[in-house]
Ligand binder design. Structure first.
Ligand code: F6R
Length: 259
């Protein structure tokens, strides 16, 4: 696992955007796995700026989002489809028909999950999966004790996740308690994984992901077993890492000899 610690949230997000840009330069029809939430916002802003300055195009890109709330129609303001349109897709030249998000509004959830898996496969798999991390260790909406080999399915959200995400919902809005999420096995099939952790409130989760035991009780820890995972954090999110200095050193070595 490569660990990149940068001084600020902006620098960590710019690093992530540069990383994605390089991948798209190498493979203009790349398949991106995307996340919603706060951790990826600055990265999306940086990607939009790159597009607006003519540095990159998303014309041939396909995207698959990690998850969607059950019951929310795509035009619902709290749906992840709505979030993705607002925060990224509406501002770049991507073909919206090639942006996939789990379908959670017709009742045949099982079929919807199977279709999601087969569409990912039919397009050659995900080249890079971008992740945030929940304070309880979830990746996507794979809550603690999710099977480490799970595939796309309906998950019941924990109270912790519902509370953490309640900031996005108004007082009178009903907050869904179920979601369709890519499974941990689905995420681990991605050729590369980039996890972003920003801010002091993520420091314990980041330490568990990088240095904790691999356990379904903290799903993000499974990334230790991925062949090509990179964790990008600002110095506050890195502040609980026991081997902080070592990661700074190894990244210097990486920059010197591998870039
Ligand atoms: C979102 C997702 C979640 C978030 C995680 C962190 O699509 O899959 O796993 O990445 O809850 O959320 P933020 O970034 O809002 O702290």
């Amino acid at each position: 696992m490569r660990v990149v610690i940068l001084p600020t949230e902006q620098e960590a997000s710019d690093f992530a955007a540069d990383f994605i840009e390089k991948l798209i330069i190498d493979k203009e029809n790349a398949v991106l796995g995307l996340a919603t939430g706060s951790s990826v916002l600055l990265t999306y802003e940086a990607l939009i700026k790159k597009y607006q300055s003519g540095k990159m195009s998303f014309k041939n890109i396909t995207t698959f989002n990690l998850d969607e709330y059950v019951g929310l129609k795509p035009h619902h303001i709290q749906s992840y489809r709505h979030y993705m349109n607002r925060k990224l897709f509406n501002h770049i030249d991507i073909d919206q028909k090639k942006t996939y998000i789990p379908e959670c509004f017709n009742k045949d959830y099982e079929l919807s999950c199977e279709n999601y898996e087969s569409t990912i496969k039919s397009l050659g798999g995900i080249d890079i999966q971008v992740l945030g991390i929940g304070t309880n260790g979830h990746i996507g909406f794979n809550e603690p004790t999710s099977s480490l080999s799970s595939r796309t399915r309906v998950k019941t959200l924990t109270q912790n996740t519902i509370e953490n995400n309640s900031r996005f919902f108004k007082d009178n809005e009903t907050q869904p308690s179920l979601a369709i999420t890519m499974g941990i096995g689905t995420i681990m099939d991605a050729k590369q994984i980039l996890l972003l952790g920003l801010g002091k409130h993520k420091s314990k989760a980041i330490a568990e992901v990088i240095e904790g035991p691999v356990s379904s009780f903290f799903p993000g820890s499974i990334l230790q077993q991925h062949k090509n995972a990179i964790v990008v954090v600002d110095k506050h999110a890195a502040s609980d890492l026991k081997l902080y200095d070592y990661y700074i050193h190894t990244e210097k070595m990486h920059q010197k000899y591998m870039c």
